[in-house]
Design a protein around this ligand. Structure first.
Ligand code: MOS
Length: 734
């Protein structure tokens, strides 16, 4: 039987090569940001706010300064205006949270940095930070949706719809109306939020894990008021990111300023707890979904309204209903998005940012509708499958949703399901089977790359791309290897350095879709110079030797479909311009998948387990099935975790988090994850981008929570609409 993990391997692009940087990672020689050894480093420790909202009345530094080894302490009194106010990402700027670091005595959220101690060692800096006396004037913070003082705003520009939802819904024969919620969650990547800064005269080098080095470079230049060309950001390895290392946080400018003031390199490694406040997270959401169908299951009306939490300072709205409401054919649609401004740090992107919570609500609602119709949930999706999105009538570039349902359903054994809730049992265990769709927008940004071919047959490919563990090095090597017809062993790769040609943020599952076309374009240019007729099959090396040249180096930049010409210059300045998904004027681009799970609930103890999960995904061309498979399985596991384990608990009294540590924040261990299978369904899409890549970074985690909740209903007859799903929620049911 064919290995379903490795389909459609034709050329170098498509082969399951081992990771380019595997050896370095395994033997420990891969240098992460905090591993870089600089001479005479001073160590930084952040003191952070212990109130949720208010003003610092006084800071007493006397005792802290008296500790031997303390070099300097930065506070709002000594930093203040020296870091310039800059715009948040969401309004066209760079920073992920627009509260200025140590900018004033105002406290906008619990965990906000209020001082940075610099000392000869980490331990001294930490001890001194704990000796700082702080008094506050405290105001009552709004911690979440239901707090007093929360500012709830309907974002009318995000309204969407077609037809007349209200009339169609009112008159429909079969309908459901349900509310769902998802919790706060934090990424907790293994690598902490580290930054090292070193000045050489007026030149600054920053070592920091990031998903968009040029965002750090240009944003930091703006904050410090210096020429961006004086800043270099270096980051060849990232120990997990998932959106939390996407954009400039408060810490970087503080470390840069500290290093300039004391004339020494400064190293900050924020603690695990501080990481809960220092960077992006998945904020809690609420949903109201109404669906109506005719007796054959055809959707007549669908509505999805979302409520999201953001900060007082910045409006981040993910609006995942822009996709859920376009997944299936339906003539009457309505969608709305609301945000609640709270006294918390600005949330941000976390793997499938809008898709994960909105898919949970919508794909659960669809399952509820299937039961109301007494219809198989897979068949309900088949009846409503569509080749055009229902709001503007735009064509999908390709759509393999039902192929995914069929592939995963067959591998799972879905045909053996008995429909009635509580009807399947294995000894003491109640069995439940559930499924849901997965989807993710196919996006891309602009990119640049440089490729050098040497007469000895070696190829070097470079770009300021990012290796987050997803396989960027390997992908870059594979694309150059195939395009120039040289063995992959002869290809070397440089990335993670702003001195290299820029590429867009490694986010939105768009890294490969953005960068592979630029590498292909540079290889094209090499072939043109060698006059090989432009065919990858032509013998580039024969032409190279005949040319008498030592090296040919070509630089190329590519602009993604749907982006305006000026966006190319924006990419050089670290701007975020991505296009695709449901935001193009001429077409819709989505990757699809289907998630199937079996849950087991113990009849007496109510222990709740996902015993099997099978996902099938169609995401255009898969350049490396090994790394793609890792992404998909990892996404599915995170989906299980987000359904059953992860929740950051809010302390309503002060808008802090009760479990901001790895002991209390529940993450699955191996024993929690049983049998997880990811199938790659072959799909060809030559429209999305020159590489035909849709991206697999996020689609694997979307829909998993809904599949699990749907399976819990099938096992127990109890419909759980609030994540995470825990034993106590299934206690009374038989
Ligand atoms: Mo991702 S949440 O696009 O890093």
């Amino acid at each position: 039987m064919a290995d379903t993990r490795f389909p459609q391997a034709t050329g170098t692009m498509g082969q399951p090569y081992r990771r380019y940087e595997a050896l370095e990672k395994v033997n420990g020689s891969a240098t992460y940001a905090s591993d870089v050894k600089l001479a005479k480093t001073a160590h930084a420790y952040l003191l952070t706010s212990r109130i949720g909202r208010g003003v610092i009345r006084s800071l007493d530094l006397v005792e802290a300064r008296a500790i031997p080894g303390v070099i300097e302490i930065l506070t709002h009194q000594t930093v203040g205006e020296s870091i310039r106010q800059t715009q948040a990402l969401y309004t066209g700027g760079y920073v992920a949270d627009s509260v200025r670091p140590l900018g004033s005595a105002e406290i906008a959220y619990w965990g906000q940095p209020i001082a940075m101690v610099l000392a000869e060692s980490y331990e001294i800096a930490r001890e001194a930070a704990r000796k700082i006396g702080v008094s506050y004037d405290v105001s009552e913070p709004a911690s979440s949706f239901d707090s007093a003082g929360v500012d709830m705003t309907a974002l009318e520009p995000m309204n969407l719809g077609v037809g007349d939802f209200k009339a169609a819904y009112a008159n429909a024969a079969v309908k459901i109306d349900a509310r769902y919620s998802t919790p706060v969650q934090h990424h907790n990547a293994m690598e902490l939020f580290a930054t090292q800064c070193v000045w050489d005269g007026n030149r600054l080098t920053v070592y920091e894990p990031g998903q968009y080095l040029n965002n750090i470079k240009y944003g930091l230049a703006e904050q410090l008021g210096i020429d961006p060309e004086l800043i270099r950001v270096v980051n060849p390895y990232v120990g997990g990111a998932f959106g939390a290392k996407g954009f400039l946080t408060q810490r970087t400018a503080l470390v840069a300023i500290a290093a300039r003031r004391i004339g020494r390199p400064v190293k900050l490694v924020a603690t695990r707890e501080q990481g809960f406040f220092l960077s992006a997270y998945r904020a809690e959401t609420r949903h109201h979904v109404q669906l109506a169908a005719d007796s054959t299951g055809r959707l007549i009306a669908s509505s999805h309204e979302g409520w999201e939490v953001t900060s007082r300072a910045d409006v981040l709205a993910l609006g995942g209903n822009a996709i859920t409401l376009r997944l299936y054919g339906c003539p009457n649609i309505e969608g709305r998005v609301n945000v609640a401004k709270t006294d918390r740090s600005t949330p941000g992107f976390m793997r499938g940012p809008g898709e994960v919570p909105y898919a949970f609500a919508f794909e659960c609602a669809l399952d509820e509708l299937a039961y109301a119709l007494k219809m198989d949930p897979v068949e309900l999706r088949r009846v409503n499958d569509t080749k055009v999105e229902p709001i503007a009538g735009l064509p999908y570039t390709s759509r393999s949703l039902m192929q995914c349902f069929d592939a995963a359903g067959a591998a799972f054994g879905w045909a053996g399901k008995t429909a009635a809730p509580g009807s399947m049992r294995d000894g003491d265990w109640l069995l439940g089977w559930g499924c849901a769709a997965a989807f993710y927008p196919t996006q891309a940004g602009n990119s640049a790359a440089r490729v050098r071919l040497s007469s000895d047959g070696r190829v070097h490919v470079s770009s300021a791309g990012h290796e987050l563990g997803q396989g960027m090095y390997t992908m870059m090597a594979q694309v150059a290897s195939e395009q120039l017809g040289v063995p992959i062993e002869h290809v070397t790769v440089s990335l993670g350095d702003t001195d290299l040609p820029p590429t867009i943020v490694a986010g939105g599952s768009a890294g490969t879709a953005s960068l592979a076309p630029a590498i292909m374009s540079a290889c094209d240019a090499i072939r043109r110079r060698l006059q090989t007729g432009g065919s990858p099959a032509a013998d580039v090396m024969t032409a190279m030797r005949a040319s008498g040249l030592g090296n040919i180096e070509e630089f190329a930049e590519t602009r993604a479909h749907g982006l305006p010409p000026e966006s190319v210059q924006g990419m050089y300045r670290g701007r975020v311009a991505m296009s695709g998904g449901v935001h193009l004027p001429d077409r819709v681009q989505l990757a699809f998948g289907a998630q199937f799970v079996e849950v087991r609930i113990h009849a007496r103890t109510r222990e709740l387990r996902v015993s099997r999960a099978v996902g099938a995904f169609a995401a255009g061309r898969i350049i490396n099935p090994r790394t793609a498979h890792g992404q998909l399985v990892g996404g599915m596991i995170w989906g299980i975790s987000s359904a059953l384990h992860e929740q950051t608990e809010i302390d309503e009294r002060n808008a802090s988090y009760i479990n901001a540590n790895l002991a209390d924040y529940l993450l699955p261990v191996n024993a929690d994850i049983a049998d997880v299978q990811a199938i790659m369904v072959p799909e060809e899409d030559n429209l999305v981008n020159a590489a035909g890549v849709k991206g697999v970074g996020e689609v694997g985690t979307v829909g998993m929570a809904a599949a699990i909740a749907n399976a819990v209903y099938h096992a127990t007859g109890k419909r759980l609409r609030d994540l995470p799903l825990r034993i106590e929620h299934v206690l009374e049911e038989v």
